[in-house]
Design a protein around this ligand. Structure first.
Ligand code: DOR
Ligand code: ZN
Length: 343
């Protein structure tokens, strides 16, 4: 297929983003709002967003940072989560979903869930009211190889949750493996997945290319090439089960380039352009709109956005650093040339 010089799609959404708070929020939120009408906002602040009141306050701060943008708020599940708070948050139009971090699986997950079995009554309440469960799917067992932690999570936890609560809407977030794709394929329409740009572009070699590369490090960590290829097939397949979720996770350069660097890739600034490169390479530009603008709202039961965004075929070099409210952050694709640009 000849590549068109312009591509206009319905305005997309980002179904998984970390916007942080304070000055960094003010610096990063406009990058997301430039491309996306709405976003599912992760609650792993410090302290985490566990209550309706906290989510409401955070939502106001996001809108102040990016007027016109619609943040969709999530509740952070803990061992002490009260189902009543989730029910009330949904009824009051605050919570669009709840996020399950296994305790200590990743950045900002120290207050996450230690015993998923004990959370089942809360998940059952979510099933009843139709509140989607968003899952960081990695076991935290240090005896499990870090590259196997997603696949083992499916066996130890996710399969059981989906079996016991067949009506629960589940988004398997930022999937990184062929096993995750297989699981999502084999499950019902109530189980979907988000896929990040980095996991479509990078395999685990990127972490060690000529030296250790902290800006390619996020969790779940990138896997072998065979997995990247499975993710590319899934994202570009046209299946309604996959949708755009950047997992953009900004950290200061100093926190990344350190003896114990933070997990997270800041991809918000050129996210749509990054996905477009993948869809073009897979000869699937005609399916970008479904992935970016249709499948997510269909799963969440929300209307599609009005309006459009146009990408033009124009080479541009991604900056080495983006200043976000005084914090220097290295963006995904820093120094690389991207072929698509938002008009
Ligand atoms: O790489 C990651 N960074 N993965 C996560 O799950 C959390 C995120 C963050 O908040 O920095
Ligand atoms: Zn995330």
């Amino acid at each position: 297929m000849d590549t068109p010089a312009r591509l206009t799609i319905r305005r997309p959404d980002d179904w998984h983003v970390h916007l942080r708070d304070g000055a960094v929020l003010a610096g990063v939120a406009p990058h997301t709002a430039r491309q996306f009408a709405r976003a599912i906002v992760m609650p792993n602040l410090s302290p985490p967003v566990t209550t309706v009141a906290a989510a409401r306050g955070y939502r106001e701060r996001i809108v102040a940072a990016a007027p016109g943008f619609t943040p969709l708020m999530t509740a952070y599940l803990t061992d002490a989560t009260d189902a009543g708070e989730l029910v009330r948050g949904q009824a009051e139009g605050v919570f669009a979903a709840a996020k399950l971090y296994p305790a200590n699986a990743t950045t900002g997950s120290a207050h996450g869930v230690n015993d998923i079995a004990r959370l089942m009554p809360v998940l059952a309440a979510m099933e009843k009211i139709g509140l989607p469960l968003l899952i960081h799917g990695e076991v935290t067992d240090s005896a499990v190889d870090i590259f196997d932690r997603e696949a083992v999570f499916i066996e130890r936890h996710l399969a059981g949750i989906v079996r016991e609560l067949p009506g629960l809407k589940v988004v398997f977030e930022h999937i990184t493996t062929a096993q995750a794709v297989d699981f999502v394929e084999s499950a019902g329409a109530n189980v979907a997945a988000t896929i990040t740009p980095q996991h479509l572009h990078l395999n685990r070699n990127a972490l060690f290319e000529g030296g250790i590369r902290p800006h390619a490090y996020c969790l779940p960590v990138a896997k072998r090439e065979v997995h990247r290829l499975a993710l590319r097939r899934a994202a570009t397949s046209g299946s309604a089960k996959y949708f755009l979720g950047t997992d953009s996770a900004p950290h200061a350069v100093s926190a990344k380039e350190a003896a114990c660097g933070c997990a997270g890739i800041f991809n918000a600034a050129y996210a749509l352009e990054s996905y477009a490169a993948v869809f073009e390479e897979e000869d699937a530009l005609g399916r970008l709109e479904a992935f970016a603008s249709q499948n997510g709202p269909a799963f969440y039961g929300l209307p599609r956005n009005e309006g459009t965004v146009t990408l033009v075929r124009e080479d541009h070099v991604v900056p080495d650093i983006i200043e976000a409210g005084g914090t220097p952050i290295v963006p995904f694709h820093a120094g690389e040339t991207l072929r698509w640009k938002i008009a």
